[in-house]
Design a protein around this ligand. Structure first.
Ligand SMILES: CC(C)(COP(=O)(O)OP(=O)(O)OC[C@H]1O[C@@H](n2cnc3c(N)ncnc32)[C@H](O)[C@@H]1OP(=O)(O)O)[C@@H](O)C(=O)NCCC(=O)NCCS
Length: 165
């Protein structure tokens, strides 16, 4: 139960996603604009099942982790990593509901996720960002100023070190 785990800071809290949080995750999908969905999934999907919810809920808090931002029991943002099998690297993805963007939620979730990843032995995040996705590029540049995006086939690939800069 997300609401039980939330450590409130003001009325916005952070929690770790649990496999049982499918209903709240589904409601988040319907709060996302088509552009936000496209930025997150790199595909113009219109139905939540196209986002493979079974994978999004496959959390083990070690190789697969997700931090959510919660307001009044509703998920309004998710930052997650999935470890590249057998390595100390993990793929990062983040999304914030449109009406909650630009309020520092992604920054807070990334900070918490980075701490959890570090504890799980992950040394770096990898991320793929569409070439014209300036908000995400700025977010990740702020998260890890040392990151050097590499442009390839319309997207930027980034490697972000975990732990203190
Ligand atoms: C990218 C995204 C996660 C940012 O979430 P957010 O909660 O709005 O980010 P924050 O409020 O923490 O912003 C942190 C910094 O990122 C940059 N940023 C965020 N949104 C921006 C925007 N619309 N334009 C320019 N810079 C932006 C700014 O530098 C911002 O700091 P500032 O507000 O002090 O200037 C959000 O826009 C989103 O969900 N986009 C769609 C999904 C996506 O692109 N995911 C990334 C690929 S997986």
């Amino acid at each position: 139960m997300i609401a039980m785990q939330t450590a409130a800071a003001g009325h916005i809290g952070l929690a770790r996603l649990e496999p049982s949080d499918g209903a709240a995750l589904l409601r988040l999908f319907y709060r996302l604009s088509p552009t936000t969905v496209y930025r997150r999934f790199h595909s113009p999907i219109v139905r939540p099942e196209q986002a493979h919810p079974e994978r999004l809920l496959d959390i083990d808090h070690h190789d697969r982790e997700a931090v959510v931002a919660v307001v009044d029991g509703e998920i309004v943002g998710v930052a997650r990593y999935v470890r590249w099998k057998g390595t100390d690297r993990a793929e990062l993805a983040v999304v914030v509901a449109d009406d909650w963007q630009r309020q520092g939620l992604a920054t807070r979730m990334l900070s918490r996720l980075g701490d959890l990843a570090h504890s799980a032995g992950i040394q770096s995040f990898t991320a793929s960002v569409q070439g014209d996705n300036r908000p995400a590029l700025e977010l990740l540049r702020r998260f890890r100023p040392s990151a050097r995006p590499v442009f390839s086939q319309g997207s930027y690939d980034l490697t972000l070190s975990i732990g203190p800069e």
